[in-house]
Design a protein around this ligand. Sequence first.
Ligand SMILES: O=C(O)c1ccccc1N[C@@H]1O[C@H](COP(=O)(O)O)[C@@H](O)[C@H]1O
Length: 220
Amino acid sequence: MSTAAAETAVPALHLKVCGMKYADNIAAVAALEPDFMGFIFFPGSQRYVGDSLDRRLLESLPATLRKVGVFVDESPAVIHRQAVRYGLELAQLHGHETPAQCAAVQALGVGVIKAFGVDASFSLEQLRPYAPHCAYFLFDTKGPQPGGNGTAFNWELLRDYNLPVPYLLAGGLGLENAADLLRLDLPGLYGLDLNSRFETSPAVKDPERLRQLFRLLGRA
Ligand SMILES: O=C(O)c1ccccc1N[C@@H]1O[C@H](COP(=O)(O)O)[C@@H](O)[C@H]1O
């Protein structure tokens, strides 16, 4: 990293790599030591894990790597079952889940990352009732798919965020916007969620491109 980049880098941004599916690729990405790894349990996604996840491999991942299941309008009972089966610490709820549904998942012992689609009409006010039931929020670009649309939103829409829940920024984050990510200075920002912009094909991440971003962020 250049001196100028080091000076502008935001300290301690946590990193989540999402949409993982295949054993070799999971191992290669885990070696980069991200903070979170996400697995998509939404059947409508190109990254849907189906029954292909290797439970023993997931068990063998370092305890410091927090495993996240991504669900869209799924029942708390199904989320809990998958969490137990794959050792998921957190559920990323990427649909129209209510605060009560988040509370139900939390009550089953699974931490909640509630995702919100952001566009110009986004209001921070809607977040308040979710706050007691969520470990993190996640802000993604509103698009035709519930997630994984590969496009960024106007991050300045988060400028007035003032809740105590830390959040992940998502939506089209890639090497293309790395310079802007390095300058990010948003209240409450906890980390970045990396997905389709780092793929060679759906659910296959390019470890080299990820490594480049990790380096830019002072993480490798
Ligand atoms: O990636 C998917 O296919 C997906 C499907 C359904 C819900 C969420 C999904 N992924 C999440 O989408 C965001 C943004 O991804 P991208 O960078 O725009 O590709 C990210 O949080 C993923 O976890």
